[in-house]
Design a protein around this ligand. Structure first.
Ligand SMILES: [Zn+2]
Length: 374
């Protein structure tokens, strides 16, 4: 009888061990040439162009795994090229766990709020976001997302509501906002009615027919953009940058937020290969933006995240592979970073809370204030 019990106990223990650790997977270690690191220069003036890139769900281990998978241990991810680095705290107002809505509200408005809330405080009071605040300093704004443009992260750039799930209301608020260009998915949430100064497009090639005096909402999918159908984040970001550069006119001031939304989604599903495809698009987008900024004196680039997703562990080397594992199907409290380059970048070093991102950006923008009629 004793023997049977011992065997049963051993079986149970090995079953627990098996189910807990069998989700380890292998990812091939890459080897490729690395882009150069950038150094901060002695900038004379505050930034007239501020570009914020968000990797939704991207923790520091996502960046580590990207480094190893895309080029090997010494490879420079785009973020590794950026001279200023800090750690960001992301807790929502009443929970260590944050969702994308509370997180994006914190950096967009400078106020912490409850999960699911967008652009409003815990008391549901609407707060001015970065785009609304820096409009007074001559900045026009744009956004790019690989999710629907009404999804939590992009929504916090223009909407004010107590639920991220009211996507038709959020869509209406985008129509009524002053966002000059919004590119992503989300046809199902909009009644696409062109107005005198607002045009809807469903193909990026239509953008060249639209005057940069107008506003544009480009919707390329019903909801999130399917990777196989595109357009990718880098393609949309290039288009938005081009549009904003000519739309900004005399003042030349603009703010662009571009989100790699689906790094989060693939991490929720614990799909490492698909996550790396999303991360690669995000990484190439940042490299493109950094190369744009490196030729100029007036462009600040900031890269961050809203929270970690999946509890990604990068465990050990096994031959030509690296062994990884996931510890969660949801968001975790694992740390996220913030990286910066260009005039004002030094403000983003050390440990900062997300709410400070609003304060730093709006302060820098006020120093670059320009009163020309936009
Ligand atoms: Zn998520």
């Amino acid at each position: 009888m004793k023997k049977v019990l011992v065997i049963a106990a051993l079986l149970i223990i090995s079953a627990i061990y098996f189910f807990q650790y069998n989700d380890q997977e292998k990812v091939k270690i890459g080897s490729s040439a690395s882009p150069e690191k950038l150094t901060q220069r002695d900038y004379q003036d505050p930034p007239k162009k501020i570009i914020l890139l968000i990797g939704d769900g991207m923790g520091l281990n996502h960046i580590l795994l990207g480094r190893i998978a895309f080029g090997g241990p010494e490879f420079n991810m785009a973020m590794d090229r950026m001279p200023v680095f800090g750690i960001v705290t992301t807790h929502s107002v009443d929970d260590l766990y944050t969702d994308s809505a509370a997180s994006a509200t914190a950096w967009n408005t400078g106020f912490k709020t409850k999960n699911r809330f967008v652009g409003v405080t815990v008391d549901k009071e609407p707060k001015k976001n970065i785009s609304e605040t820096i409009k007074d300093f001559g900045f026009i704004s744009g956004l790019v997302a690989t999710s629907s443009v009404t999804h939590a992260t992009p929504a916090a750039q223009y909407a004010h509501t107590d639920s991220r799930y009211k996507e038709e209301l959020i869509a209406q608020q985008l129509v009524e906002s002053e966002i000059r260009i919004a590119l992503g998915g989300g046809t199902e949430f909009f009644e696409q009615e062109n107005k005198q100064d607002l045009f809807f497009i469903e193909d990026l090639s239509e953008l060249k027919n639209i005057s940069t005096d107008s506003r544009v909402i480009g919707l390329f999918a019903e909801d999130g953009i399917e990777r196989s159908e595109g357009p990718s984040q880098i393609v949309m970001t290039k288009a938005a940058l081009k549009f904003l550069s000519s739309a900004a006119k005399d003042c030349n001031n603009f703010f662009l937020m571009s989100e790699g939304s689906q790094i989060d989604w693939e991490s929720h599903d614990n799909k490492v290969d698909e996550m790396l495809v999303e991360l690669k698009d995000f990484n190439e987008t940042i490299n493109y933006v950094l190369d744009y900024a490196a030729t100029r004196e007036d462009t600040l680039v900031i890269v961050s995240s809203d929270h970690e997703t999946g509890g990604l562990d990068v465990i050990k080397q096994s031959g030509d592979d690296v062994v990884i594992g996931w510890t969660s199907g949801s968001h975790t409290l694992a740390p996220i970073g913030i990286f910066a380059y260009g005039p004002g970048a030094e403000n983003f070093s050390g440990k900062i809370d997300q709410t400070e991102i609003y304060k730093i950006i709006t302060e820098l923008a006020s120093e670059a204030s320009c009163s020309a009629d936009q």
